[in-house]
Design a protein around this ligand. Sequence first.
Ligand SMILES: *[C@@H]1O[C@H](CO)[C@@H](O)[C@H](O)[C@H]1NC(C)=O
Ligand SMILES: *[C@@H]1O[C@H](CO)[C@@H](O)[C@H](O)[C@H]1NC(C)=O
Ligand SMILES: *[C@@H]1O[C@H](CO)[C@@H](O)[C@H](O)[C@H]1NC(C)=O
Length: 366
Amino acid sequence: MGPLAVTQLLALISLTVALDNGLLKTPPMGWMAWERFRCDIACKDDPKNCISEGLFRDMADRLSEDGWKELGYEYVIIDDCWMSRLRDKQGRLQPEPSRFPGGIAKLAKYIHDRGLKLGIYADMGTHTCMGYPGTTLDKIDIDAQTFASWGVDYLKFDGCSSNAVEQMLGYPLMSKALNATGRPMAYSCSWPVYVGGLPPNVNYTFLGDICHLWRNYYDIQDSWDSVLSIVEWFSNNQDDLQPAAGPGRWNDPDMEKSHVEVYWRPLSQSASALVFLSRRTDMPYLYHSSLGKLSYDAGNYEAYDVFTGATVTGLNATTEFTVSINPSGVVMWYVYPKKSIQTDEDAQENLKTHMAKTVPRHRIVL
Ligand SMILES: *[C@@H]1O[C@H](CO)[C@@H](O)[C@H](O)[C@H]1NC(C)=O
Ligand SMILES: *[C@@H]1O[C@H](CO)[C@@H](O)[C@H](O)[C@H]1NC(C)=O
Ligand SMILES: *[C@@H]1O[C@H](CO)[C@@H](O)[C@H](O)[C@H]1NC(C)=O
């Protein structure tokens, strides 16, 4: 691209309207596919976990049938590796037909029919991080239109295989292109991390004008970026969001010097989710607390560790416990009153089995 073209595009960007379409007044909540799982395309060998329409339909079923939706968990987000290696004859992105035979529009309808929203992934650059077709500057409009035509509600726009100039042009242009489709879509920008993540390279004021959320600046593992950015967004906006946050309440009992944060959310049947997040990057952190300190009422509880499948028994409000959280890691507990396992044992067991089956280790629930 010549200098003139760059100048012209920059002039265009200065006219970019803010992507202020009223979305994400509360933080996005939902399910995302993760790491190994994220680019598992071996549907023959691993049909349950591979990136395919069945997987995302399953996610939607779980969100809508297990009580998560009522709490505001609404986004089902497809990450990298959903695409065909080739664009179609009109130059549009298309899903890999063997894994998404019904197409994305049909999947979007399935998800919308359950009162949920669909997120999708694209990459500002020649290729996605996993080597699928990227969205170069000349493809921004057509890709935004394609996503809108499918009924997509959220775009994660990654930044592999592009340079700083292309990113400076591309991220605002995509914002404008999404707006121009007329379909309100949330826009998650991975831009900051590709330019060092800190001012002056990143102008967070500008970013806030064009994106709904963004990948934060920590030097972290690839697999962790989005979750941390969402949580970052949570914690930065928590004072504003708390009054608005869904049925139930957001409780942030702890914001420790240890860089461990704890999030709490009520679930059905008197259960709740406790999420321990560590922002440390050096070593696993041993977090000591008790349910009472985290605002739980007196009583006996058990906790089911969603990722390891371990059950923590014998908890009451004063029982001191220690959670080991890996650097940039998360521990998620499904906490339920001990009483209810006796009165409603089958339901609890069902849910645990359910979760053990449907929550692969690398999938993150927020
Ligand atoms: C487009 O931007 C304008 C101005 O910020 C906003 O009022 C409108 O809701 C946006 N529309 C969509 C579809 O994003
Ligand atoms: C950052 O962006 C805002 C909004 O576009 C702009 O007003 C401001 O001048 C920018 N700051 C710097 C240091 O460039
Ligand atoms: C709570 O559990 C602790 C052991 O973790 C026990 O020492 C204590 O007596 C229990 N308190 C109540 C009220 O049951």
